[in-house]
Design a protein around this ligand. Sequence first.
Ligand code: TNX
Length: 545
Amino acid sequence: MKFILLGLLFFVYDAEAQVNIIPQPASVIMLKTMGYFSLNPATKIVLEGSGMDNSVSFFNDYLKQFYGFTLQTTSKANGNNNIFLNYERLDDSIPGAYHLAVDKKGVHIEGDNETGVFYGIQTLIQLLPLPSDTKTLSIPDVQIEDRPRFAYRGLMLDVGRHFMPVSFVKRFIDYLALHKMNYFHWHLTEDQGWRIEIKKYPLLTQVGAWRSGTVIGKRPWKGSDNQRYGGFYTQDQIRDVVAYASARYITIIPEIEMPGHGSAAIAAYPWLSCFPDEKTNIPDSILSDDGKKANGKIVYEKWGVAEDVFCAGKDSVFQFLQDVIDEVVLLFPSKYIHVGGDECPKTNWKRCPLCQKRIHDLGLKDEHELQSYFIQRMEKYINSKGKTLIGWDEILEGGLAPNAVVMSWRGEKGGIEAAKQQHTVIMTPTTYVYFDYGQSRHDDSLTIGGFIPLEKVYKYEPIPAELPVDDGRYILGGQANIWTEYMPWPSKVEYMMFPRVTALSEVLWSPKSARNWDDFQQRLPFELKRYDLWGTHYFHDWAKP
Ligand code: TNX
């Protein structure tokens, strides 16, 4: 009888003591003391050093929002009811390592820098029980050693196809922080909308941020919804968002697309095109009424690739883009500036006398080399501002700009090629991390197509097997892309990203050896309860897609 009881006790203990941390830390040791630390409103945060305000604010905001109280900070311990925060400047090659220990008397978080403390706080948040009636939160005795695997752990959000309000952008940034991710790639310009205020060119947002309609349904589309649609961020709003991200140790990389995906800018300033007098080419059957009436260029109303691109023959186009970059670098402290470079049809360049003259004068072989010239010229300018250029993998065609970082999206090929050329690479392949692709075998909602279930994301390995071992070090990390053609509002973005972002965070943070699909599935249900707590929308049928 005694034995059965003991067994039962252990069972209860184990079930409760199970920790559900995502991404899985490098090492978790559950202490067999069966002890708990009780966090309550009297618990003090002991700051054993300075510079940890971001971590304290984040933790207190979280407690306030979901548990209804906050904790006071102090520099001296108070009895046995403390959370100690501390860091040393160890400056690991990849910032963010931390050590977290819980015992009856308190919680100790030691970062190898401030970022490490912040990630320790994220783990502490995940050790909290879900809110209940009591204000005493039991945290099991545990010892955690943890550090990130990749330096770049990112998510891209396309606000060009559909504009996302600042409130949601901030929520999105919180999601990144909660998953220990550190780069937010903000895709700010598109054919269907220019979303960043540029003081020198006010028409970019007065004209370029608004379209007269949007196609309905899937390609080849069922007509136009005929609704005026748009929005943009003022420079003040951008500064505010950048500061918000920085307080969460997240760098925002702005993307200004060139030479393709520039229709919205061209609608605002038609001289950016090779053929300023030609109308935007969209069939009447899917065009808005205003679009039909327009005589010249309009902001693009359908999805896909537009043929009207920035002219590579006019110096005035480069001047314009440099002016834009001038304002962008003042807003974003990031060392990286993304210039797109993807999906640039060469149709216009082939028939444009100025582009052809440029090819001839510079002795270029073809339009691919002209694109390479375009990116290299912009790279020189961006480098002169002390910044590094990032481009999609098309920037490999016609020759890579000397210092460029490559984002490999058309599978892993581009990344492998760039790493072999000793360029830094960020992996974002359509085959594993396109969060606009469906999560379900059957259409559970309107998506662009494809099928990338949770398990596929989880099993993604960012360092391609084909890459010679030595070249693996060029893989800075990975990122999922959220293209929003079929995500008209924030709840749809959430539905498409969750729970896949949970799997991605583990791919990018956890040691390869700690990754285990079965174990992840055990931890996931608790993570979904956190989503419920946060009021987050997510795809439910992940287990049987
Ligand atoms: C390709 S990925 C694009 C985007 C689309 C996406 C849809 C990339 C660099 N370009 O413009 O939105 O496919 O999946």
